[in-house]
Design a protein around this ligand. Sequence first.
Ligand code: ADP
Ligand code: MG
Length: 363
Amino acid sequence: LGLATPAALVVGLGKASQRGILIRTGAALEALAQTKVMVFDKTGTLTIGKPQITDVYSPNFSSEEALTLAASLEHSSEHPLALAFIEAAQSKGLALDRPDRFETVPGQGIRASLRQKFTLLGNRTFLQSMSVSIPKTFQERLEVWETEGKTSVVLAVDFHVVAAFAVRDELRAESYALIQWLRAEKFQIRLLTGDRKSTAEAIGRNLGLDPSEIYAEVLPSAKEEKISELQNLFGPVTMVGDGVNDAPAMARASCSVSLLGGTDVALEAAQVTLMRGHLSGIRDAVLLSQATLRTIRQNLLASFFYNALGIPIAAGALMPHFGIQLSPVLAGAAMALSSLSVLVNSLRLRRFHQWNQNELKSF
Ligand code: ADP
Ligand code: MG
């Protein structure tokens, strides 16, 4: 009975790590096995996290000048979008300035003083909240980009919009297959992002997600609340994220998953780490955790009945009526046999990769 849980856990966790899935605790494995709700971060999780600038619109500026300003700000930012700007500036050989003052506003953008001018870079809700109005010509561009699934970033200098950038981050090749698998397994699926609704919906369409499954324009602080909400509705929730602005949500979730290659924060916050940096690990992790939990239950049930019968017999319960008495030697052997059966049943988990092979082919 004492071995029933640890034996299965050790084999299950070991098997997982063999497959590049690091599960921190038994509790995380249990939560993962019981979850039927999977929440995904967008940037860096469902997408590859290598955003690129596809369009620049700056009617009164050269695109180099606009890019220099934006990249000078993003240079000090840790947001995944920043990479797009820094790379574009580098490839064009642009010399960047250092902002005099700099502040990131999580889930919104950057507020800084650059060349003695008050500069804002971020999404349009952020700019509007700072009393910058977005000219109609800009708005039209932004809407087109967003319906193409691109993230738009707007630059304002001294409260005037001077440039807009479209940033695209490709979906991971395995994202679609994973979503379809989760759907077939009757999971509730959610996409949780700070990005615009239209951008998120365009990306969601490519993944076969319904608009009702997409929570867009959610500020970092509200992401955690969304997780609580889902927990109240559906029970245990698993959150897959990259730790940028979603570390509190990951901490709130019943189980959290991150991909290697994400941020340090994510690796710190996540209970499950996919070492191969590939989303298909989620399917393995779910199947393996379910198989482990099943094995634990079998072990407990078998041990319980075995002991419930064996101990009274060994104590002589059948002696008065049937004259049957278990010799201590046999009782000892039976005890060892019980441990052995639990171990053998647990070791069956090692064959996991055999029965999972066919399912893996579609990835
Ligand atoms: P996600 O949920 O996709 O990880 P975030 O919550 O980090 O997105 O950010 C939401 C939005 O805020 C981004 O889509 C972007 O428009 C804007 N934003 C946040 N940080 C920055 C930044 N450093 N530069 C430009 N835009 C930013
Ligand atoms: Mg993020």
